[in-house]
Design a protein around this ligand. Sequence first.
Ligand SMILES: [Mn+2]
Length: 327
Amino acid sequence: MKKHPQIIDRIIEILREHQTFCIVGHMRPDGDCIGSQLGLALALRAEGKKVTVWNQDAIPQKYKFLNTADLFEKPRRGEKFDCVIATDCASYERLGKVTECITERKILINIDHHVSNTRYGDVNWVSPREPSCGELIYRLLKVARWPITKPMADLLFTAVSTDTGSFQYSTTRPGTFHTGAELVTRGADLAKICDEVYQSYPLSRARLLKHVYSTFRLAENNQIAWFWLKQKDFDRTGAESDDTEGLIDHIRAIEPVVVACVFEEVGPDLTRISLRSKSDKVNVSEICGQFGGGGHPAAAGARIAGTPLSTQRKVIAAVKKALKAAK
Ligand SMILES: [Mn+2]
């Protein structure tokens, strides 16, 4: 086997030494987060460990098919864990309310691939080169020589696939295909996963899409595109915040657009922004960092307090500045 960083050995040693685990992920969990959490949870259970999995927010509808073993359970108040593992989570704050449930722990392990990761764990395995956290979990299981069963393969394949835009983003490397191939060899049901994750969505999302196409705005010679999702848009379409994942790709795909932005009203005078960049000269993780957020160079987000209009002005101004600097 290829040489692997010592940090993996260290983590495996900690996992072997301890008995009770809580695996947590970020707010509004995505496919990579859930796939990584549940994949690791199944592996630890197979090793005879006691494992709880918990997130602040529920699993989005399209990933529910993955939770076959019904592993999510809110920890009791003051429940003690030997070891808490955070997967795919860039900062301790991004865990949200989960932090209240995991205070009684001996050790916190942080396994992540976000370049903005704040290294909040007692042990940190942060590998920004990796396109998904799922790939890190896969390597962990390989190095530990723990068997990867079909359910684990489904979970990790979903993680790798969703965070690479189905093996399309430029972060995808030859190793990503090797990982995908091996997971399919181990039983990952490609057809089922792609059908559930990419080829199926609720009617409410179609209504939301109509809203996106009829309201998106352009600026800076069509290099910036954005749209708003207000509370009234959710009420009117029957959509939930979960249904918004991937909507941004519809404006990102417009040829002259370099930076796409979604503004989502998440509370009174509180906006969640998501940014995507198609230029390696425009780092949206840096732009979101100006507003207390972060992420990846090509995909990032933040939560911003203030009136919708002032938020929009500030963000669009920051994007314009980044575009000018990139020239
Ligand atoms: Mn991820």
